[in-house]
Design a binder for this molecule. Structure first.
Ligand code: SAH
Length: 360
């Protein structure tokens, strides 16, 4: 018999599921809390549930989706976690503490691989395997929360061990797995579960215009758009999706995106030497975003073997940033976290230690 994976169920769906066993609605709340908030991985740990119900659940349901296979920590305390799915794929999440120790961000994957084919991104090189399920998206947060709490204590004194922020910037294009993404976000925001507020969840997209519209109406999260170029000519070359949804359409979707009064869309801009990093490019970018509520995150390109691209020299990066700032466009320079363990932006390729997503 196929067991139902109740890890991927919202609290309401879990209640409906348990009703079939003649259970009252509040039982759904109890079980939900055990799974989503306390992160238990066996029914035996649910000590306020009757033995009889635990036994039935054991027979008809499951609550695991991923196995954590390994984790490695970078010199800057960024930690990459590798998980194996039931069908043997390896996906990754990254725990990123901030310098002040008050914030701990989890970078979550939405797909195994990616089919967007951005020419500068390492995840693209492994191709696309499949969408992650709701349970697999949630299990990254649940297992990472447990890993963070345990920690190893080394040099993390005084740092928060609770994940405070989620960013959907791991492997894959979240908006290409839209329904599951939305369902997972709703469960992550449930106050009986991990209880993330909408202000602490960021979803990044390469620019799937119709899906942006759906997302904006379905949940309130902080949107981020990977822009990476200010002209169609350059963006077509870096991001094939631009041929389908060119800049004018993308910027229009950004203008229409529902935002709280003080909120802005984050635009990520990977700076690549000689490709999109000139002062002219910077001016184009200012012009492009002139009537968008925008802030820009500048990410100097993370080099990897065979990419054919290079990181610009520091002076060019600073000159680029200066143009934006001088024109009143908020622009942060992102330091690359976890670079030494391939945990930085665009480096997730399912290879960690001896594990590999490629099955050769
Ligand atoms: N598919 C979504 C989510 C992934 S976010 C999106 O495109 O937004 C990953 C971020 O890393 C993107 O902003 C991407 O532009 C950036 N990135 C990809 N490869 C990179 C590299 N080699 N160096 C620096 N940033 C990179």
């Amino acid at each position: 018999m196929n067991k139902t994976n109740i890890l991927g169920l919202s609290r309401d769906s879990l209640k409906t599921f348990l009703e079939k066993f003649g259970e009252p609605a509040y039982r759904g709340d109890q079980v939900f809390k055990w799974i989503q908030k306390r992160g238990v991985k066996s029914f035996d740990e649910m000590t306020d549930i009757s033995l009889a119900l635990r036994k039935r659940l054991f027979e008809e349901a499951e609550l695991c989706a991923l196995d954590m296979i390994t984790s490695i920590k970078a010199a800057d305390e960024t930690e990459k976690l590798a998980f194996r799915t039931r069908d043997g794929l390896v996906i990754e999440s990254v725990l990123i503490p901030d310098n002040s120790g008050s914030r701990l961000t989890l970078c979550v994957s939405s797909q195994a691989g990616c089919r967007m084919n951005c020419t500068f991104c390492r995840t693209a090189k492994i191709g696309f395997h499949r969408n992650l399920t709701v349970a697999e998206i949630l299990d990254q947060a649940i297992l990472a929360s447990k890993a963070a709490k345990k920690g190893n204590g080394s040099g993390t004194e005084g740092n928060t061990k609770r994940i405070t922020n989620l960013v959907f910037m791991g492997m894959g294009e979240p908006l290409a797995n839209l329904e599951r993404l939305i369902e997972a976000i709703r469960i992550l925001m449930d106050d009986q579960g991990l209880n993330f507020s909408s202000r602490r969840i960021t979803v990044s997209t390469c620019g799937l215009v119709p899906a942006m519209d759906v997302l904006g109406r379905a949940v309130s999260i902080k949107p981020a758009v990977s822009l990476n170029a200010a002209t169609n000519e350059v963006r077509d070359m870096l991001m094939p999706i631009n041929r389908r949804y060119p800049l004018a359409e993308l910027i229009d979707a950004c203008r229409k995106y529902p935002l709280a009064r003080r909120d802005r869309i984050t635009f990520e801009y990977v700076l690549i030497d000689g490709i999109n990093d000139s002062v002219t490019d910077a001016r184009e970018l200012v012009r492009l975003l002139s009537d968008v509520k925008a802030k820009v995150n500048l990410i100097p390109f993370n080099e990897f073997k065979g990419s054919g691209f290079r990181r610009p020299p520091r002076e060019k990066v600073e000159a680029f940033q200066k143009v934006l700032l001088d024109k009143g466009l908020a622009a942060m320079l992102r330091s690359s976290r976890g670079d030494d363990i391939s945990a930085a932006c665009g480096q997730l390729a399912g290879e960690i230690g001896s594990y590999s997503l490629y099955q050769e």
